[in-house]
Write a protein that binds this ligand. Structure first.
Ligand code: AMP
Length: 598
């Protein structure tokens, strides 16, 4: 960061632009001239940077692990794991190759076939990384689940995704899965990592399977269009959607690691996201390993003191984190950072929810570096819009499209046709020109929902945004009712369904209420069945019920009772009206309102 910019920012106001000059960088950024790189970019040429499987074909795990074996990276630390209780484990690329081969052999030994689904549910343990990459080598399709999900979201995703194998811990198995096995007849194998009792059909110990397996394995002959990952995401209605990603997505991971995260050969990289969400897989596992850098994995949950010590002690050079965490650090003040030796830190990026301009600028005040916001979705498979290391930042903007990606703000006419808006500063829906390597290839078993995302050669993101005259994109909000809380996308329907299981609940509607730290807080409106009273104790019972079913990451934090919920003539609850009233905003078009809460 140049000294002048630091001084402007420290002066307390939000500059409209944080200028980058040659003095801003400790190493030359991978992308210096955005327009020139964009003009020259082609995915075909970029593809040449990948290794490919020996007999042709492409496999994410080969690019992330085995590709490095014949290079100077082979004995470099691939994964540096920092356990919750102070334990450390280092796996070189060579160690990781052997460990993933053993797990791939273990899966084959169980009779698991290429294409079958391997679900992974655990905290950030080294075995999680081995399981994901080993299963990809075996040609299986991997779904990492968030360990803070409750039994209901886990069971639904295993059902929708046809889970055949689940890798988890004994504790999570007993607490969240054992009671659901009758709902999951297709789940044949459960592999548990660690000590502790776990009883049930097909339950086996990780060590028993892996310790005796061979460390040699020939990666399954997958190609760029072979399904590799199934990542769940939520819509306004219906069950969670399993977005299908293919091995070819690794090209986007490589390109974004290079341009958007500015990874250089000797970086020590830390992505704070959990692999249970797409960022934690694409950038907490795949992109850094494809780049051959050292990937730091921190098992502990957010705690500012722990995070600062990781940044300092591990000499993190590139840090990819999220707005909620940044805002939590901001609350503690920049002074907490001031005494640290963060001389290794040279690039900071953020994703997952809107990054407010104050947070971008606070980065400069606290760390001497701005946070670089970037935007993408489960469906896009990788970063699509980004603030690049060498590009001026306009605080509050998501940046510019990745080279190789054409973005536009569009409007849809009544027939569903899409028309890009050519004037700047006009609100519309953010759309991306199809295809690109990491674009989802489907929602599993939901062709109709998938088709609805596309029109006239555009993928429609469901986000509202605008683009300014300099080509910077600005996020406005979602076009639908999904909620972003602490960076996690939550489908209101999933929360409402869990609430409706409670005998007292007649109707439920769930909205996101703005929150200064976590972005949006999940709030439920409930109409009770006859005979139930809206008491404090019932409210607590309902909050507890939802938390038990859904887990802390998804459950509502607040409940309001209503005699009735506002509905359209077709009986649909109008979440938008509840939200407008909650926020004191105009109620909008009420012509379809049939029955109201009041
Ligand atoms: P997910 O599929 O869970 O990764 O969520 C994707 C959604 O998160 C996007 O459609 C946006 O609504 C939101 N999102 C992701 N990154 C950003 C960002 N940088 N700024 C604003 N919203 C974002």
């Amino acid at each position: 960061m140049n000294e002048q910019t630091t001084a402007v920012v420290a002066g307390g106001h939000i500059p409209s632009r944080i200028a980058k000059t040659a003095k801003s960088f400790r190493v030359r950024p991978n992308l210096v001239d955005y327009d020139a790189v964009r003009a020259a970019f082609s995915w075909e040429v970029a593809r040449e940077s990948l290794d490919g499987l020996p007999g042709g074909g492409l496999n994410i795990a080969h690019e992330a692990v085995d590709h490095h074996l014949g290079t100077a990276h082979a004995d470099r630390t691939a994964i540096r794991w920092l356990g919750k209780t102070g334990a450390r484990r280092e796996l070189s690329y060579r160690d990781l190759a052997k460990a993933t081969n053993r797990f791939a052999n273990a899966l084959c030994g169980l009779g698991v076939q290429p294409g079958e689904r391997v679900f992974v549910l655990m905290g950030r343990l080294p075995e999680l990384y081995v399981a994901v990459l080993g299963a990809l080598k075996a040609g299986c399709v991997v779904t990492p689940l968030f360990s803070a999900f409750g039994p209901e979201p886990i069971a639904t995703r295993c059902e929708v995704g046809d889970a055949r194998v689940l890798v988890t811990t004994p504790e999570l198995y007993q607490r969240k899965i054992a009671g659901l096995r009758d709902r999951l007849p297709g789940l044949k194998h459960v592999i548990v990592v660690g000590d502790g009792a776990a009883e049930g059909s097909g339950v086996r110990r990780w060590g028993d399977l892996v310790d005796t397996a061979s460390a040699h394995f020939t990666t399954a002959p997958t190609d760029a269009e072979t399904m590799a990952l199934l990542h769940f995401t939520s819509g306004t209605t219906g069950r969670p959607k399993g977005a299908i990603h293919v091995h070819g997505a690794v090209l986007a991971h490589a390109v974004t690691g290079h341009y958007a995260l500015d990874l250089h050969d000797d970086d020590i990289f830390w992505c704070t996201a959990d692999p249970g969400w797409v960022t934690g897989t694409s950038y907490g596992i795949i992109a850094p390993l494809v780049a051959g850098v050292t990937n730091v994995v921190v098992e502990a949950e957010f705690d500012a003191a722990i995070w600062y010590s990781v940044l300092e002690q591990e000499r993190i050079s590139v840090w990819y984190t999220a707005p909620t965490a940044i805002r939590m650090m901001m609350k503690l003040g920049a002074d907490a950072v001031k005494g640290l030796d963060l001389s290794a830190l040279r690039f900071m990026a953020s994703v997952g929810e809107p990054l407010n301009p104050e947070a971008v600028v606070w980065g400069v005040e606290a760390f001497g570096l701005p946070f670089h916001d970037n935007w993408w979705q489960t469906e896009t498979g990788g970063i699509m819009i980004s603030n690049y290391a060498a590009m001026d930042i306009k605080p509050g903007s998501m940046g510019k499209p990745l080279p190789g990606i054409t973005a536009a703000i569009v409007r849809r006419d009544e027939a569903g046709h899409v028309e890009p808006i050519t004037e700047p500063d006009v609100d519309g829906e953010l759309a991306l020109r199809t295809p690109w390597p990491s674009m989802m290839r489907g929602y599993l078993h939901e062709d109709e929902r998938y088709r609805k995302c596309f029109a006239d050669g555009w993928y429609l993101t469901g986000d509202l945004a605008r683009v300014d005259a300099d080509g910077y994109y600005w996020f406005i909000g979602r076009a639908d009712d999904v909620i972003k809380s602490a960076g996690h996308l939550i489908g209101p329907f999933e929360v409402e369904s869990a609430l409706l299981e409670h005998p007292a609940v007649a109707e439920a509607a769930v909205i996101g209420v703005p929150d200064p730290t976590v972005g949006e807080m999940v709030k439920a409106f409930i109409a009770l069945k006859a005979g139930f009273e809206p008491t404090e104790s019932l409210m607590r019972e309902l909050l507890g019920h939802a938390r038990k079913r859904l887990g802390a990451a998804v459950a509502p934090k607040a409940i309001a009772f209503r005699a009735n919920l506002p509905k359209t003539r077709s009986g649909k609850i109008m979440r938008r009206l509840l939200k407008a009233r909650e926020l004191g905003l105009p109620e909008g078009d009420l012509s379809t309102l049939e029955s109201d809460e009041r």
